[in-house]
Design a protein around this ligand. Structure first.
Ligand SMILES: Cc1ncc(C[n+]2csc(CCOP(=O)(O)OP(=O)(O)O)c2C)c(N)n1
Length: 577
């Protein structure tokens, strides 16, 4: 029959119909028919062969987070699928649109402990927005369409499509007349007008209002609307770890990042404020500290596309379920009269002045960065030089891993644009940065992509350096902040466990030589005076470069809110210069 297609061919065509440009994966028995078919479509579907499925998943996340499009990763059944579990969980926590495609053993042997059989839909049930076990060729095209729709709409997230080998091998004439039928899935994009009016009334009457901007602002493409609301009201803005870049840090109303490693003046402002408008943030415990003591004087307005987030962690006075952009637009429409707005502006600017006075008294980035020159290399020297350099050049993205280096990057660098700061915030997945940077580099070929890693996380997934080489990605640069420890855990042990450094001193190979073994340029930096030159060289090199920054070993991230404490109870430490 002329127009018959295998299930695998239908899968390829369904992906092309979803405008998929690139997929990250590793083949194997159950998924082999898909790879066989992929060959035929190789001009339309780019496949990146990763070195580990975890890397494939994080690469797809990097692609998705830097573009807003759906990332696609592929694994075979059994261990291939279970290796995707970490990036799927990571994508769930950080609301990243992701479709994971896995092969499953043939439906004839399903449930019989067949070779490489794992119940991946069972395993991923709590860490996906939705998942499918597809056993019939007739269901492939529909499942793919629905999966992409669910991954990208409402609150974005990961969707897994597990397809049996016999379904991939069967043949039929595809039917592309697909009508989605999802009666129970109706994300609410428009906030309730009455609640929006009530929110604006609270804001207008506030003496000490704050806006908190989270990841939802960037994901909804609401940067312009946030700007307008903030400027027209004069209200100070805090940006969460994932909200970084949604409101530029050089804007006079941006006061910085809140939370466990947020700045003292920001946390104090939250504890003092009387109205807190949180847009697209989920009141993560790293933001709130002990939730029952968070923002004790504030009437909280929470805008979120996901109704189950509202009231989950923090008591909310005005709940608004909707898309950040639509709700911000509606809030702007409800701005009060000229006089009332002028009054609000006046109060907000007094309040901002008070916050800036607190900032001057307490630690802030300048205290770290303006330190006397010495030769011992501090992590802060790297961030200062990298920031100067990147600000001057413009076209860049930064992907950070998890640990102290991640918090220093969030605190010390100047974040000016959305989707330039990409990190694993919710799951806190070490090993995220190198593969995610690969996905970012593929999606943004004209940008330089810096992955900032600790020596611990770097050693978890650095094999993807070979994938980066094989793909000819010249725009990836890796900076390892190498302190010879699992630094963030060491810091906790120093502060709360009497310096019992149990399981944290860490060795590594010579990273410069490792880089060279992968065909990268490798640089080792041990002195402050060599930092700038190394960054310049990395940038001028037409190919991937790794810089091993061998920093002072026992430096802490300040300020810090101890686990379970209120964000008003920070340990401020002293900047070590
Ligand atoms: C996969 C994974 N395992 C363990 C942890 C717990 N953890 C959080 S931070 C950290 C230390 C990170 O050390 P390193 O990568 O060297 O970065 P540094 O803190 O020194 O900057 C560890 C082990 C984690 N976040 N992820």
């Amino acid at each position: 029959m002329p127009n018959q297609r295998t299930g695998a061919q239908i899968l390829c065509e369904a992906l092309i119909r979803e405008n998929v440009e690139v997929m990250f994966g590793i083949p194997g028995g159950a998924i082999m028919p898909f790879y066989y078919a992929m060959w035929e479509y190789r001009d339309q579907l780019r496949h990146v062969l990763c070195r580990h499925e975890q890397g494939a998943g994080h690469a797809a996340e990097g692609y998705a987070r830097s573009t807003g499009k759906v990332g696609v990763c592929i694994g075979t059944s059994g261990p291939g699928a279970t290796n995707l579990v970490t990036p799927i969980a990571d994508a769930m926590m950080d609301s990243t649109p992701l479709v994971a495609l896995t092969g499953q053993v043939s439906s004839l042997v399903l449930g019989k402990d067949a070779f490489q059989e794992t119940d991946i839909t069972g395993i991923t049930m709590p860490i996906t927005k939705h998942n499918y076990l597809v056993k019939r060729i007739e269901d492939i095209a529909y499942a793919v369409k629905e999966a992409f729709h669910i991954a990208a709409t409402g609150r974005p997230g990961p969707v897994l499509v597990d397809i049996t080998k016999d379904a991939l091998q069967a043949k039929m004439v595809p039917n592309w007349e697909i009508k989605l039928n999802l009666p129970g899935y109706k994300p609410n994009y428009n906030g309730n007008r009455k609640q929006i009016r009530e929110a604006m009334r609270l804001l207008t009457e506030a003496k000490k209002p704050l806006i908190m901007s989270g990841n939802g602002v960037t994901m909804a493409g609401a940067i312009g609307e946030l700007h307008e609301l903030a400027e027209r009201t004069g209200v100070p803005v805090v940006t969460t770890l994932h909200g970084i870049g949604s409101f530029p840090e050089n804007h006079p109303q941006n006061i910085g990042m809140p939370g466990m490693h947020g700045w003292v003046h920001v946390n104090r402002a939250i504890q003092e404020c009387d109205v807190l408008l949180n847009i697209g943030g989920r009141f993560d415990d790293r933001v709130t500290g002990k939730a029952s003591t968070f923002a004790p004087h504030a009437k909280v307005i929470h805008v979120d596309i996901d109704p189950s987030e509202i009231g989950k962690n923090v008591k909310v006075a005005v709940p608004i379920v909707g898309d950040a952009r639509n709700v911000l637009r509606a809030l702007i429409e409800e701005l009060p009269s000229r006089e009332a707005l002028a009054e609000l502006h006046g109060r907000a600017s007094d309040w901002l002045e008070h916050i800036r006075e607190m900032q001057d008294k307490h630690q802030h980035k300048q205290q770290y960065l303006n330190r006397p020159d010495t030769t011992n290399l501090m992590p802060h020297d790297v961030y200062a030089a990298l920031t100067r350099f990147l600000n001057a050049r413009g076209q860049y993205r930064v992907v950070t891993d998890v640990g102290q280096h991640q918090m220093w990057a969030a605190q010390l660098m100047d974040w000016l644009k959305p989707r330039t700061h990409i990190t694993s915030g919710g799951a806190g997945t070490m090993g995220f940065a190198v593969p995610a940077a690969m996905g970012v580099a593929i999606a943004n070929p004209t940008d330089t992509v810096w992955a900032i890693c600790g020596d611990g996380g770097f050693q978890m997934t650095n094999q993807e350096m070979q994938t980066i080489m094989q793909e000819g990605l010249k725009n990836v640069k890796v900076a390892v902040i190498n302190n010879g420890y699992l630094g963030m855990v060491r810091q906790w042990q120093e502060l709360f466990e009497g310096k019992r450094y149990s399981g944290t001193p860490l060795s590594g190979p010579n990273f410069r030589l490792l880089a060279e073994a992968y065909g990268w340029k490798g640089i080792t930096v041990e002195r402050v005076t060599d930092v700038e030159g190394a960054i310049e060289t990395a940038n001028a090199t037409d190919g991937p470069v790794l810089i091993d920054f061998r920093v002072e070993r026992e430096v802490n991230v300040w300020p810090m809110v101890p686990q379970g404490k209120s964000i008003g109870e920070m340990i401020t430490g002293t900047p070590q210069a």
